[in-house]
Design a protein around this ligand. Sequence first.
Ligand code: ZN
Length: 278
Amino acid sequence: MELENTNKMNSEFNQKKHPHRRYNPLLDEWILVSPQRANRPWQGQTEKVLEEQLPSHDSNCYLCSGNLRVNGDKNPDYKGVFVFENDFGSLMKEDVEFSDEQQDFFSLKPERGINRVICFSENHSLTLPEMEVNDIKKVVDVWQNQYEELGNLEYINHVQIFENKGSVMGCSNPHPHGQIWAQSSIPSTVLKTQENLKRYFDKNGSSLLEDYVNKELEADERIILENQHFVAVVPFWAVWPYETMIVSKRKAENISQFSDSEKISFAEIIKNMTTKYD
Ligand SMILES: [Zn+2]
């Protein structure tokens, strides 16, 4: 007896309709894309937008100029960018004695490092996208200096500069600020990315990101913004809503290699990107 074939005729693959996998060359991983799921009704959590107007100085804010922090230190009457060591850092500078015994399922190692907080402005009510390009450029200058200063410490091998924004991201204070984590080991994802960039370079004799950005500029489907020195793109392998990448058009190893005009371009694209997010 022959079974009736109930399969419909195969339709031609359409990446906007059909579930598929996409390759992330930075991590050498495949991710699952389910475009049809974007059409489902959303009844889950939505986030409220904070609309109350904040004061330019809040006497209860531990980041505002002249205020006391929880550890008793007093912030100077700063104007512009202000950096200090995080009173509740996730890493500690102290070296501890540790005997590295092999444990099959319970491996651990102490991690040394430094956490710093960067206030972008003395104005409590500002956000990064609301700042002038020249003032964001001053933040970028500080990122660059901090990257160099911390990276030059003998026990520091990775410096990560970031901003968590909004209470959803666990950011408890609306004062415009970001953080720096400088640590002795290189995080696994960064290490993996480095290895894949190197492997690509050894094979092709060119930079993966430079080649990728040129292809994206040609395709012009996922480019959000472009200026003289930078491109903002939704990576082909994006997994998060609003995931974007700002890539330097010129091959640069890290932020310390950005010239003055590149830093202005960088400040501009950050301002325009974060304005779009808000
Ligand atoms: Zn404040």
